[in-house]
Design a protein around this ligand. Structure first.
Ligand code: ATP
Length: 366
């Protein structure tokens, strides 16, 4: 019987549990044995009780739960070969040679590296007497398939990552709460949302809540942004608006890559426009709570497709991740997508903002 393991890695996101549930149940449905790796790559490196078989009922009720019930971690050991060697040994000890990883670009890069190195890791394990040549033959290929779990929606070649719509919903709900009190006191609020390299959450929250101004890393404001922002907000106030909302992505900066902090924006609004201004940093509430309907659906459909991809993969197939493009669940090449994802961060660093926006796609261009 084929044994398929599933793990979550990197930052948690709502919907990760839905994907674990789908992989476990689809694997069992297809006559395979399902395993969960606990605590991300840490579990793979440490092995033992951190890699456990999962039954159908073990993932009951997981579809709606936020976070990841099998844990996640940042694992330094896995970034080095000795750590990956241990991970390979632990997998073979458990009879596993297929792995579905739900995580961000770092986690998926690590998975592809692990897969590429697999034959040489097995070679070394045989040389060290840790596995037999028979085991080397049985486990000669490692299948990996990626699922993208991230609240930031920062991954290329897919329209949505698992968790981004739950997080966007949470942000909008929080802004609605703030709206009510801002309106009452005629206050201004500067709201910081997550997104270090990616402004998707800030951009979509701005559109969805009718914010007065937003700051995102891919598109820094013009040099005279302080005047522009104050003019726009004054105009809105003069039109009778009783509240002001400015949304700042945590990675927002100006054209010189100097951070635009919520404090700086607040000072401008209070000193220049004389608005009673408060800052709200939404922080980790953006990650918590139940998965929204979209993330439940996405994680389920993608988890099912991940198992299909594992079962159909050949040693020659390049590593794949499961994407959603124009509402269709598809398998896309993993490494190209990781490269495009990292290119955005590089374009921002090089101040090539046009390229950063082009890479992000049409939602940003508009
Ligand atoms: P997020 O988008 O939330 O940051 P991520 O998956 O990009 O998620 P990382 O911290 O970059 O998060 O990666 C998670 C783990 O994946 C790391 O702690 C490490 O164990 C493994 N990993 C990341 N990059 C590599 C790499 N180049 N080689 C091997 N392992 C890696």
């Amino acid at each position: 019987k084929k044994r398929i393991a599933v793990m979550t890695s990197g930052g948690d996101s709502p919907g990760m549990n839905g994907s674990v549930r789908a992989v476990v149940r689809m694997a069992i449905d297809q006559g395979c044995e399902a395993y969960c790796v606990y605590e991300g790559y840490e579990g793979l490196v440490q092995g033992g009780d951190l890699i456990r078989q999962a039954q159908w009922e073990d993932v009951r009720g997981w579809l709606s739960e936020g976070g990841t019930l099998i844990g996640t971690a940042r694992c330094k050991a896995f970034t080095e070969r000795p750590g990956r060697l241990k991970a390979a040994k632990n997998m073979i000890d458990k009879g596993i040679n297929a792995l579905v990883i739900c995580g961000g670009d770092g986690s998926l890069t690590g998975a592809d590296k692990f897969r590429g190195e697999w034959p040489s890791l097995l070679e070394e394990l045989v040389k060290n007497g840790d596995i037999s040549t028979e085991q080397q033959k049985t486990f000669q290929y490692l299948n990996i398939v990626g699922l993208v779990g991230s609240i930031d929606n920062d991954f290329a070649d897919t329209d949505a990552t698992i968790g981004c719509y739950s997080s966007l919903g949470r942000i909008c709900e929080a802004v609605d709460y703030i709206d009510a009190t801002a309106f009452s006191h005629q206050r201004a609020f500067v709201i910081e949302v997550m997104g270090r390299h990616c402004g998707w959450l800030a951009l979509m929250a701005g559109v969805s809540t009718g914010a007065d101004f937003i700051f995102i890393p891919e598109s820094p404001p013009d040099r005279d942004w302080e005047d522009q922002m104050c003019d726009i907000i004054s105009k809105h106030r003069n039109l009778g608006k009783r509240k002001t909302i400015v949304i700042v992505a945590e990675g927002a900066h100006d054209l010189d890559l100097t951070r635009i902090s919520p404090n700086k924006v607040k000072d401008l609004l209070s000193t220049r426009l004389k608005l009673d201004t408060r800052i709200t940093t939404l922080g980790h509430v953006q990650r918590g709570g139940n998965a929204c309907a979209y993330d439940r659906q996405l994680s389920t459909l993608q988890g099912v497709e991940a198992v299909n991809a594992v079962l159909e993969a050949t040693p020659e197939t390049p590593s794949k991740f499961i994407a959603i493009i124009e509402n269709k669940i598809v398998r896309n090449p993993l490494i190209e997508a990781v490269k495009s994802t990292q290119e955005v961060a590089e374009a921002i660093k090089a101040k090539d903002f046009k390229r950063a926006l082009d890479l992000r796609g049409p939602e940003f261009a508009e």
